[in-house]
Write a protein of this length. Structure first.
Length: 158
C-alpha cells in the first residue's frame, strides 16, 4: 500500500511540536504515514523524532518519521503539507506544492498556545515519556481529536 507522505514545516518547537506529533501518531489511516519534518538538526528535532517513534511503537503503527534540514527535500514527493501559521506567509512554494492539500496550525485554538511556564511543563512531560517514566496514553488521548486528526481522515478518503 502506498504511503501518505506528509511534509511538516515550522513546527519544530516544544510548544507545538509534541501535540502535532501525538496527533500524527494517533492516526490509524488506510495508508501508513511517512512524515518529513523540516527542522534544523538539533536537540528539539531529535526529541520530536524520538517521541514519534515512541508513540508509533506504543500503538503498533507502521509509520516513519524523518527530520530534514532542506526545505526542498522536505517537500519532495509530498502528498500533503502541514505548516505553522508563523512561517506560511514567508514561504515561497512552487506551483506544484501550492496545489497540495494543506493545513495551517494552530487551528481553532489547537494546539493551545502555551505561556513559557506551560511550555517548560510540557517539555518535562515529554522527557518523562521518553524516559519511560510515564505511559503515553494521556498525552495521546489529549491530542487524538482535533482539526488535524479530521484533516488526516479527509486525506485518507481522497
Amino acid at each position: 500500500m502506498p504511503l501518505q507522505r506528509v511534509a511538516v514545516i515550522g513546527l519544530d518547537n516544544m510548544e507545538m511540536g509534541p501535540p502535532v506529533v501525538a496527533t500524527l501518531a494517533s492516526h490509524f489511516g488506510e495508508r501508513p504515514l511517512h512524515i518529513r519534518w523540516h527542522a534544523k538538526l538539533g536537540e528539539v528535532s531529535q526529541i520530536l523524532e524520538s517521541l514519534a517513534m515512541l508513540f508509533w511503537r506504543y500503538q503498533g503503527i507502521g509509520a516513519s518519521f524523518e527530520v530534514v534540514e532542506e526545505l526542498s527535500e522536505c517537500l519532495a514527493c509530498a502528498d500533503a503539507l502541514v505548516l505553522s501559521q508563523s512561517v506560511e506567509p514567508s514561504l515561497t512554494l512552487s506551483i506544484e506544492v501550492q496545489m497540495l492539500p494543506r493545513l495551517t496550525v494552530p487551528l481553532d485554538g489547537w494546539p493551545e498556545r502555551l505561556d513559557e511556564g506551560r511550555v517548560q511543563s510540557q517539555s518535562f512531560e515529554v522527557l518523562r515519556l521518553l524516559n519511560r517514566e510515564e505511559y503515553p496514553d494521556d498525552f495521546l488521548r489529549k491530542h487524538r481529536e482535533n482539526r488535524l486528526a479530521d484533516w488526516l481522515e479527509e486525506l485518507d478518503r481522497a
